[in-house]
Design a binder for this molecule. Structure first.
Ligand SMILES: Nc1ncnc2c1ncn2[C@@H]1O[C@H](COP(=O)(O)OP(=O)(O)OP(=O)(O)O)[C@@H](O)[C@H]1O
Ligand SMILES: O=P(O)(O)OC[C@H]1O[C@H](OP(=O)(O)OP(=O)(O)O)[C@H](O)[C@@H]1O
Ligand SMILES: O=C(O)c1cccnc1
Ligand SMILES: [Mg+2]
Length: 557
């Protein structure tokens, strides 16, 4: 295994690993100090090779919802593949751990890899539910412990982001385009990249983030900023005005002249005064159209959408039409997005009819400006004509809930179950090495997730199985599944990735397929029905016996 430093590219940030790139910041020292101090103490106390099982799971769904999309597995596996402390890492640890830390421990760390660990996981892109482990790590205690923080950081934000994006997709509907515009507002450069990647996974159609496009093969899209419009103050500033006809060789037109001619005609058709509209805006639009005659998309809200932006846009788009080009559309970034999008659509329809340009009916209307899930729901209620939302701040910062609380808990050591007790019943861990099954009804919907001890026989199609609430004794149900899906696959064993990993595109498709298996009442935004997560009778009794054994008995006097 080569030294990590030599695998970084010139920018020092990303390793080109073929199928999907991994951020070079993901390395064994990207962890909490206590993992390494615990490793030393485990090593000193002869627990290095104790066989451990850890569960990685979350306790509640984000955004007041009843589902979570599991994402980040691909990066976890790449982390395991490359897990190795470089010479400079060991050097740093020698300087950082307390004096007296034995040399042999550093030799041990220098040789450590993840080859003795087995990782079981749910498929990336699947819907997941509270308390059902999404990853299980099995192996020697030290290495399994050392993976905790990095696996958590790789899964928590990825899953939160993919879930957030999937929720935006659900409220927007499948026919609206969703673009992620959040890099400038994201939690730092790495947060920005992860946001672009996992918003695509969750169902966005593209990003404005160019590096994310290059690294993850995500479509990159965009319009232009107000600065482009305001950089022109009049038509006299236009240096280039000529444009070659798209199809007729030898024909060249003066785009500005054509646009001015149409602007005059349009001012009567649209009933707006030319004097009120901005000439600087017209100049900016003409120059942008000359640069991108086939992809002309203009920001129309710099001065006034109705009195200036739409008039100038339509004038330039009609001028382009004379030269054989079709404009793409507009972006509105302020004001009442419902009203303005309807106004824009009506304007385009009127122009289409009056000037016999059918394609005007199909112009794209992009809306942006502090959009969140509620804004989209409200716009849907009001009625709007927006084809595409550009969403930044609230998407990437996960405004409604900034973190998913995935945890990593020891559940078994040397075949002995471990339980973490809490005053809060919901926080009590489910001990022992467990398997999880998703049971489906005859109409194809997921009914319930069932956790069992690994030693138990899996549930079978058509066979009645008792599913119990993990903590409330009276809550039980018999389920006769029409389909039983074992949720875990071994993804990493003997130092190798053991499954063919899907591309980002396939994970993205998986998200939508998996969401389809959920009933609508689990997915609605307001007061969704909780999805049931249950345990077998056997596991129920096992948990509760262990709970009683471990809970100290108080004494009253
Ligand atoms: N029809 C609508 N229904 C609900 N929310 C809307 C509607 N239109 C716009 N919004 C939202 O309302 C907010 C308006 O933001 P703000 O008050 O800053 O106005 P603005 O139009 O951006 O003003 P300015 O032009 O001064 O920047 C944004 O979050 C936007 O997404
Ligand atoms: O609103 P968001 O969801 O974060 O989407 C991204 C925003 O970033 C851009 O402008 P910026 O906000 O930087 O400047 P502006 O609002 O002054 O145009 C763009 O015009 C959007 O408004
Ligand atoms: O391309 C855009 O329109 C864009 C990109 C980033 C932020 N706001 C808008
Ligand atoms: Mg803004």
């Amino acid at each position: 295994m080569g030294d990590r430093e030599t695998r970084c590219n010139a920018g020092g940030q990303f390793m080109d690993r073929g199928r999907m790139n991994q951020n070079g910041v993901v390395q064994p020292l990207l962890t909490d100090l206590y993992q390494i101090t615990m490793a030393y103490a485990y090593w000193k106390s002869g627990k290095t090779d104790d066989h451990s099982v850890f569960d990685l799971f979350f306790r509640s769904n984000p955004f007041h919802g009843e589902f979570t999309i599991f994402a980040g597995l691909d990066e976890c596996l790449r982390f395991l593949e490359s897990f190795h402390y470089s010479e400079s890492d060991i050097e740093y640890l020698r300087r950082t751990l307390p004096e007296g830390t034995e040399n042999e421990f550093f030799d041990y760390l220098g040789d450590l890899t993840a080859k003795d660990v087995t990782l079981h996981a749910i498929d990336e892109g699947t819907v997941a539910f509270p308390r059902v482990p999404i990853i299980k790590v099995e192996g020697p205690l030290i290495i399994a412990q050392l993976l905790e923080t990095t696996l958590l950081t790789l899964v928590n934000y990825a899953s939160l982001m993919a879930t957030n994006a999937a929720r935006y997709r659900m409220v927007a509907g499948k026919h609206v385009n969703l673009l992620e515009f959040g890099l400038r507002r994201a939690q730092g450069p790495d947060g920005g990249l992860s946001a672009s990647k996992y918003s695509y996974t969750g169902g966005f159609d593209g990003t404005s983030n160019v590096l994310a496009g290059k690294l993850f093969n995500i479509p990159v899209k965009g319009t232009h900023a107000h600065a482009y419009i305001t950089s022109f103050s009049g038509i006299e500033e236009l240096k280039a005005r000529l444009l070659k006809h798209k199809l007729t060789a030898g024909v060249t037109g003066d785009l500005l002249e054509l646009a001015i001619k149409y602007r005059q005609k349009l001012s009567t058709v649209l009933n707006v005064s030319m004097e009120e509209s901005s000439e600087g805006e017209l100049a900016a639009m003409v120059s942008y159209a000359i640069a991108f005659p086939d992809g002309f998309m203009a920001l129309v809200d710099t001065y006034d959408v109705k009195r200036s932006g739409l008039l100038n846009f339509c004038a330039v788009a009609l001028a382009l039409n004379d030269l054989g080009y079709q404009a793409v559309g507009i972006r509105i970034d302020s004001g009442d997005l419902a009203y303005l999008s309807c106004l824009a659509r009506e304007t385009f329809e009127r122009v289409a009819e009056r000037f016999k340009v059918q394609w005007f009916n199909k112009l794209t209307i992009v809306a942006s400006n502090d959009i969140n899930e509620e804004t989209i729901l409200s716009l849907n209620e009001q009625g709007h004509k927006i084809d595409c939302f550009g969403i930044g701040t609230h998407l990437v910062t996960c405004q409604r809930q900034p973190a998913l609380g995935c945890v990593y808990k020891l559940v078994e050591i040397n075949g002995q179950p471990r339980i973490k007790l809490s005053q809060d019943v919901e926080k009590v861990t489910m001990p022992g090495h467990k398997n999880a099954y998703r049971l489906y009804s005859s109409d194809g919907h997921a009914l319930i997730d069932l956790l069992q001890k690994v030693s138990e026989t899996p549930p079978e199609v058509g066979q009645k199985v008792l599913c119990r609430h993990p903590f409330q004794e009276s809550k039980r149900a018999y389920v006769i599944p029409s389909r039983v899906e074992p949720l875990y696959k071994i993804y990493w064993q003997n130092g190798k990735i053991t499954q063919k990993l899907p591309t980002l595109e396939l994970v993205r498709e998986k998200v939508q397929k998996s969401l389809k298996t959920l009933r609508n009442d689990h997915k609605r935004t307001l007061n969704p029905t909780p999805y049931k997560v249950s345990v077998s009778d056997n596991l129920y009794n096992f948990i509760h016996d262990l709970w009683l054994q471990n809970a100290p008995i108080g004494e009253l006097s």
